[in-house]
Design a binder for this molecule. Structure first.
Ligand code: NAD
Ligand code: UGA
Length: 436
């Protein structure tokens, strides 16, 4: 049993803390947000993540997991301190490191024994060395420490499974002893462990996210061509995916990527390249192709609705940036609703879990708690997030409720032939039928 402090109890920190506790360690999870910590002590989760509440409850009950706002309490007896605070986009597209800076300073001030500081936040290359400088200069008196990079690769919505069954764990440090100790901590996960230097570990994280985003933008560009030439992008992706060098994952064409990570990470990587005098041509295009997906929706709907969105009511199926999360950060639904409103439409929205988190992001969108009530009187529906619930809708009932039987399927969840049979005016992404 190791003693661990996890700093930042958000999507990554809370999952990391609960999973390490479940692996038999003693974990204190620390956050500066008092309300969040107070709620966690009562078993109230700050986020929606399948399985998390049960995992937290089990480990809190068995005294392996506790919560605090106090660095002194969190670091007491800890051998490892994971930094898992946010690194949002700064004003120029750079990663904003203010939370990492503040966490590093607090660690320096409150550590009383040698410590391995592990950076789990996604941070620009060179941040690990900078954190070491910050800690060293903020320590009231010198105490031994090492900084290790251990980036996180989990996805929201499947975070626990991803953490517990990772493709790999990446551990970066020039301090071999510290790296080995962090590797030991990850051994129960039985995944390949890549031990490298700090900067390479930091780059592996950005490179992975940027590559996945590139795959999606690539298939989206192809989807537009598929429409023009009468091919079906779903089958193209499936056919490509059998080749192990390509793989089937992250080739789902649609409204593109959003969320708390790909957008800020691709932008931050491009920013780093520019800072170093390079021209990140691929990354720039990957972003442009992606945001074009959102911008194009209003135009497609106009074509489906006699060339005009003025006075029309459009219902959005799904608001969260992806299924199985309530996260609204850079969700395509926000840009799409804004562009529809700008074109004169009234917008409604429904999401199985993100209704509360969506409200502040879309103040003029009427958010419903029942999908059929939302559909009643709409001139068109747009599938924005592919929640399973939408795959099982009573489409005949939906058709009766709609003012016009128009569905723009931004995630390709329906069968074009069936939709035609049901009498919908249906448009999907990159499916051959659109081109006919
Ligand atoms: P989040 O916004 O959900 O949580 C961050 C938490 O840190 C908040 O609860 C905040 O109150 C707390 N915090 C801020 N400053 C603090 C401080 N000085 N001391 C203690 N707590 C502090 O963020 P997240 O989505 O979990 O992301 C965290 C990092 O992990 C980011 O760098 C992100 O890029 C990376 N990441 C996120 C995901 C994901 O799926 N969300 C996956 C992999 C990596
Ligand atoms: C992503 C990565 O998958 C994780 O490995 C990484 O740890 C995380 O970012 C991070 O650094 O925060 P996440 O953002 O939770 O995870 O969700 P994904 O499942 O990757 O989806 C990201 C976006 O891409 C979503 O908007 C999703 O709708 C979109 N997407 C995904 C597609 O449009 N097509 C696909 O084929 C796959």
């Amino acid at each position: 049993m190791k003693q661990i402090c996890v700093i930042g109890v958000g999507y990554v920190g809370l999952v990391t803390a609960a999973c390490f506790a479940d692996l038999g360690n003693r974990v204190v999870a620390l956050d500066v947000d008092e309300k969040r910590v107070e709620n966690l002590k009562k078993g109230i989760m700050p986020i929606y993540e399948p399985g998390l509440e049960e995992l937290v409850r089990r480990n809190t009950k068995s005294d392996r997991l506790s919560f605090t706002t106090s660095y002194a309490e969190g670091l007491k007896g800890a051998e490892f301190a994971f930094i898992a605070v946010g690194t949002p986009s700064g004003v120029h597209g750079n990663a904003d490191l203010q939370y990492v800076d503040s966490a590093a300073r607090s660690i320096a001030k409150h550590m009383t024994a040698p410590l391995i500081i592990i950076n789990k936040s996604t941070v620009p290359i060179g941040t690990g060395d900078w954190v070491a400088d910050v800690v060293r200069s903020a320590q009231p008196e010198p105490i031994d420490f090492a900084v290790v990079s251990c980036p996180e690769f989990l996805r929201e919505g499947s975070a626990i499974g991803d953490f517990m069954n990772p493709y790999r764990n990446v551990i970066g440090s020039l301090n071999r002893d510290a790296a080995d100790k962090v590797a030991q901590l990850h051994l129960p996960l039985r995944a390949p462990i890549v031990i490298t230097d700090l900067r390479t570990a930091e780059m592996i994280k950005y490179a992975s996210n940027a590559f996945l985003a590139t795959k999606i933008s690539f298939i989206n560009e192809l989807a537009d061509l598929c429409e023009r030439v009468g091919a079906d992008v779903k089958e193209v992706a499936a056919g490509m995916g059998y080749d192990a060098r390509i793989g089937r994952h992250f080739l789902d064409a649609g409204l593109g990527w959003g969320g708390s990570c790909f957008p800020k990470d691709v932008e931050a990587l491009a920013y780093m390249a520019k800072e170093k005098g390079l021209n990140p041509r691929i990354l720039n295009d990957v972003m442009e192709v992606n945001y074009d997906r959102r911008r194009a929706v209003a135009g497609h709907l106009e074509k489906l609705l006699d060339g005009n969105l003025k006075g029309k009511t459009i219902g959005l199926l799904g608001l969260a940036f992806k299924p199985n999360t309530d996260d609204m950060r850079d969700a395509p639904s926000v840009d799409i609703s804004n562009s529809l409103i700008a074109a004169g439409a009234r917008v409604r929205g429904y999401d199985p879990v993100a209704r509360k988190t969506a409200a502040p992001w879309m103040t003029v969108v009427e958010i419903f708690d029942d999908v059929y009530k939302m559909a009643q009187g709409c001139h068109a529906l747009v599938v924005v997030t592919e929640w399973n619930e939408f795959k099982q809708l009573d489409l005949e009932k939906i058709k009766e409720l709609l003012e016009c039987p128009v569905i723009y399927d931004g995630r390709n969840i329906y069968d074009p032939a069936l939709m035609k049979e049901l009498g919908f005016s249906y448009r999907a992404i990159g499916r051959g039928m659109n081109g006919k």
